[in-house]
Design a protein around this ligand. Structure first.
Ligand SMILES: Nc1ncnc2c1ncn2[C@@H]1O[C@H](COP(=O)(O)OP(=O)(O)O)[C@@H](O)[C@H]1O
Ligand SMILES: [Mg+2]
Length: 342
């Protein structure tokens, strides 16, 4: 069909997107179905449809087309000899090297944003020493039910989550040794009734030691994301995490810089708190040939979940902040969609 040939030549600059035969279907001569491999919000979907229609008109098709865009997340290749876990299409690990840089905050916001776009998402808090996701997600007082010997994840904001913090008493130190920790985490992944998931996001413990290496060796990872701040020490630890993933042959989708700048509420001017350091994240990306996924501002509302009775500050519901997340998430999952399918 001529129209399919024409659509195969279409390149969408905004989304860095081109189609192949598998992505496009013709229901009849005026109805086109397009399958995307990455989440897309309603506004961007509508804009994409408009751009496709304009392109077809400009290519000489005068019919009144309807274009339907659907999303189907495929199973992507994982590192080395690993194979995907049954029902979990893709595992994405969020790492930082350093603690306190916003790994859990970003993991929670990415997960809720995905769920809002009808993507099936699970969130595993693997930070055994500082499980903060129950606080962030407002599920501190909840214990997962056990059915048929499997944990039932706690569902908050459409995200199925489980954390060691939901299994032990708050405030009690966890003094397990490395092998027990990595076995426990592996069990939390495989012994949880996740159902069908497009993505399981894993918030890794900070650091690049035995625990992180053992966990990531044991589980099939589609991609990793590195979180850093503009501070030089955070950059140094982020580099360690990058080298760890390279050694483990785990694909790094890119780096997110958190707490990059602050926008003054009175005069609306933006200031880089750690001067000249924004540069260093870009430098890390250049040095390691990695994608810079974007930067997030320092925003006092981000901490509010810790002070407002477990009510999660969902950046995605906040128009001011969600625009930063929109751009980052859109870029991140378009990059992941380009990984070879399994
Ligand atoms: N962009 C931000 N602006 C303001 N506070 C933030 C931001 N990102 C994270 N925080 C706060 O910083 C602290 C550390 O974040 P957290 O996500 O727990 O880091 P990590 O998981 O890397 O240890 C938390 O109190 C969190 O609310
Ligand atoms: Mg954390």
């Amino acid at each position: 069909m001529k129209i399919l040939k024409i659509l195969n030549k279409y390149y969408d600059e905004t989304l860095d997107l081109s189609f192949n035969n598998l992505d496009i279907g013709l229901v009849n001569e005026s109805h086109i179905k397009i399958l995307l491999e990455f989440p897309i919000d309603t506004t961007n979907k509508e804009l994409l449809i408009e751009r496709i229609k304009k392109y077809l008109l400009a290519s000489g098709f005068q019919i009144d087309f309807t274009v339907e865009v659907n999303v189907r997340i495929n199973i992507k290749k994982t590192q080395g000899e690993t194979t995907p876990i049954n029902k979990i299409k893709n595992i994405i690990v969020v790492a930082s090297g350093k603690g306190g840089v916003g790994k859990s905050t970003v993991s929670a916001n990415i997960s809720t944003a995905l769920s809002k776009q009808n993507i099936k998402v699970g969130l595993l808090d693997a930070d055994i020493y500082g499980p903060s996701l129950p606080t962030i997600m407002g599920s501190k007082d909840k214990k997962p039910l056990i059915k048929n010997n499997k944990f039932q994840p706690i569902v908050r904001y459409g995200v199925k989550s489980i954390s060691i913090g939901n299994l032990v008493e708050e405030g009690n130190p966890i003094m397990w040794r490395g092998p027990i920790i990595s076995n426990t985490l592996k069990q939390l992944i495989t012994n949880t009734e996740w159902g069908d998931l497009d993505y399981l996001i894993i918030d890794l413990p900070p650091g690049t030691g035995d625990i992180q290496i053992t966990i990531t060796k044991k589980i099939p990872v589609t991609a990793s994301i590195i979180i850093t701040t503009p501070h030089i020490l955070s950059g140094v630890d982020a580099s360690r995490a990058i080298n760890m993933f390279k050694k483990l042959d785990i694909y790094i989708a890119g780096i997110i810089e958190n707490m990059s700048y602050y926008t003054c509420k009175k005069c609306n001017c933006s200031e880089n708190i750690f001067e000249s350091s924004l540069f260093s994240t870009q430098e890390i990306c250049l040095k390691h040939d990695l994608n810079f996924l974007g930067s997030l501002p320092l925003d006092s509302k981000m901490c509010s979940n810790e002070t407002s009775n477990g009510k999660f500050y969902n950046a995605y519901n906040d128009n001011n902040v969600s625009t930063y997340y929109d751009t980052i998430i859109s870029k991140l999952f378009r990059i992941i969609s380009k990984i070879d399918s399994f």
